[in-house]
Ligand binder design. Structure first.
Ligand code: ZN
Length: 331
């Protein structure tokens, strides 16, 4: 190994993920540990830098291969101040000057980034998009997102850029309330609970004996919808296509504002993703919905794909943003 390394730290409410990221975005020496026993930011940063230094030592690699540290955090991040303004499940992290603590503990060039923007940046780096733009939507219980504009992660002036789940797609008086307190947002139409409500509503119109017991179970998931759609269940196909239509509308709006070259769909709710015919049908329906709602130059040129990086995206993006910072400060 002759590359520099950048320590990527992906902080979640449940687990901390670590890895040494090389110049090309490959993640080496991955490690995961529960967040709760470490708790506060200082303990996490001390644990992470100790892990990185011991890993280099154990592999007989020189300590100065480690050139920087990047940390991905959930919630609303004020990147200028290096402070989390809002976060769920990490109470000890709120309002702390994370960037100061990180620099003091690691004594290396440091960078903070929102976790969704880290994932978006990682997808951008592995595609070698250079100065191009990319948007990432994470589809799951909630709908999150990250933006990389002209090659740089874009958090916005108040840390809320890329909150694509809260794009309004229904402006009517009967628009569905969103978890954020507003109405008509993408998340309230295409987040997993909304997709399951849509399924229940459609099933109520059918004779009960015609419905698979799995779909009537209170434990039914969007994965079951994908499985049954794959087997030809029309209701599940319809639910999936309606979801794709909603997602496409939001991407279309984003497209008219930012005109990104690439849009990536990630998260747990991709209806099987690239590996299944159902997942690919979902993706095609999203693409069609985008084309219907945008200028031909926008929708026609936008490359919409499923995410390539799974669990490593946050660590990779955190490491790569540290590399970006380190290369700037070296100039
Ligand atoms: Zn909302």
């Amino acid at each position: 190994m002759n590359s520099d390394f950048f320590l990527g730290i992906d902080v979640g409410g449940t687990d901390i993920k670590l890895g040494l990221v090389d110049d090309r975005g490959n993640v080496h020496f991955k490690h995961q540990t529960p967040t709760r026993p470490l708790g506060c930011p200082d303990a996490v940063f001390e644990y992470a830098i100790r892990y990185a230094n011991e890993t280099l030592l154990n592999h007989e690699l020189p300590a100065d291969m480690l050139r920087g540290v990047g940390v991905a955090v959930p919630g609303v991040l004020d990147t200028r101040a290096g402070v989390l303004r809002e976060v769920v499940n990490l109470p000890g992290w709120l309002g702390v000057s994370l960037i100061k603590h990180l620099a003091a503990i690691t004594k290396l060039p440091t960078q903070l980034i929102n976790d969704a923007n880290a994932a978006a940046y990682a997808e951008h780096v592995i595609r070698s998009l250079g100065d191009g733009s990319l948007a990432l939507l994470t589809l799951g219980t909630g709908i999150g997102g990250g933006l990389v504009l002209s090659g740089r992660p874009h958090g916005g002036d108040h840390g809320c850029a890329g909150e694509l789940g809260h794009i309004t797609i229904d402006f009517s008086d009967t628009a569905i309330p969103c978890t954020c307190g507003s109405r008509g947002h993408l998340e309230s139409y295409a987040g997993a609970p909304a997709v399951l409500s849509n399924l229940q509503r459609r099933l109520r119109a059918l004779p009960v004996e015609s419905i698979s017991p799995e779909l009537l179970s209170p434990d039914v998931t969007t994965r079951d919808i994908a499985t049954h759609a794959e087997k030809g269940c029309q209701v599940c196909v319809d639910v999936m296509m309606e979801t794709a239509c909603h997602v496409g509308k939001a991407i279309g709006m984003l497209g008219q504002v930012c005109n990104p070259e690439v849009v990536i769909l990630g998260g747990a709710m991709t209806f099987g993703g690239e590996a299944t015919a159902t997942g690919r049908m979902f993706l095609d329906a999203v693409r069609e919905s985008v084309k219907r709602t945008t200028l031909v130059q926008v929708g026609g040129n936008m490359d919409i794909q499923f995410a390539s990086l799974g669990n490593d995206a946050g660590v990779c993006g955190a490491g790569m943003i540290a590399r970006h910072r380190s290369s700037r400060s070296a100039r």
